[in-house]
Write a protein of this length. Structure first.
Length: 274
């Protein structure tokens, strides 16, 4: 049997039912001035890394193997949107793992979600006609004709041109830089239909293996503490993007990310799924 995330069952989309938590790998890696550093192979690496973990969180007394958590395999830009729509149509939760931030565009552009929480050090609205990790949010907003309500939390990008910030203001994009009030993230996590987590959302001191790391961000432990305080996730989609295994010696950060993925799965279980 092939390796799956945490050893959960490998199934097809047709096996997803109401409440299933479906883990989906992304192979998407787009071109830009920033090297991809293996971002397209992140899901494959994280599956292997996850074998070191039991799927049980003692502090929460949650074992994902006692719930309906499955692995649907890997998808590229031509197929990931169909996979996500298939999960949502059947009443499941889609958790996408790997790829760069263009993953979110291809996964959600035809999903019908009304609101997105974009956890990112960057705005991802660069003026590129092609979809890339640097322009994904711009294309997602344009594709929806501005109907998707979007909040960017964690912005602080030293690599962000001033013109992007000016354009964000024209779009009416809500931008919340770090640090922010303790309750703000909790409320945003509870309200969003979809949540996208770029690993550069975290301070580079705590998570280095990402394409464009930035300082002055949140720690993973602080994020998990706030996530555990959430009473209920109303989102139907969550993704983890921009993990770069080629610059992760010993996959140390991959192991950290794997634990974070477990926490998010557990948050959905606490919310009544699985």
């Amino acid at each position: 049997m092939s390796v799956t995330f945490f050893g959960v069952p490998k199934v097809s989309i047709n096996d997803v039912v109401d409440g299933t938590i479906a883990l989906i790998g992304s192979k998407i890696a787009t071109e830009s001035m920033h090297k991809p550093y293996g971002v397209g192979s992140a899901a494959r690496v994280l599956r292997k890394v996850s074998c070191e973990y039991t799927g049980y969180i003692p502090a929460l007394n949650i074992d994902i193997h006692e719930k309906d958590v499955v692995d649907l395999g890997d998808y590229d830009e031509s197929s990931i949107g169909s996979a996500v729509r298939g999960v949502l149509k059947r009443g499941g939760i889609a958790i996408v793992i790997g790829g760069d931030h263009a993953t979110t565009y291809y996964a959600l552009k035809d999903s019908g979600v009304k609101s997105i929480l974009w956890l990112d050090a960057h705005l991802d609205i660069s003026e590129e006609e092609k979809v890339s990790h640097a322009s994904a949010l711009r294309h997602l907003i344009r594709n929806s004709n501005g109907r998707i309500r979007t909040i960017v939390i964690g912005f602080r990008g030293y690599s962000t041109p001033r013109m992007e910030i000016n354009y964000a203001k024209k779009l009416g994009l809500e931008i919340i830089p770090y640090p922010f009030p303790q309750e703000y993230l909790k409320k945003a996590l509870e309200k969003a239909d979809a949540i996208s987590l770029d690993m550069d959302f975290f301070d580079a001191v705590f998570f280095k293996a990402t394409r464009v790391p930035e300082i002055l961000g949140m720690s993973l432990s602080e994020f998990i503490i706030r996530l555990r305080s959430v009473s209920k996730l109303n989102a139907v989609y969550f993704d983890f993007v921009e993990y770069c295994p080629e610059i992760d010696l010993g996959y140390t950060h991959g192991k950290i990310l794997t634990q974070l993925i477990l926490e998010v799965i557990s948050a959905f279980i606490k919310s009544g799924y699985g």
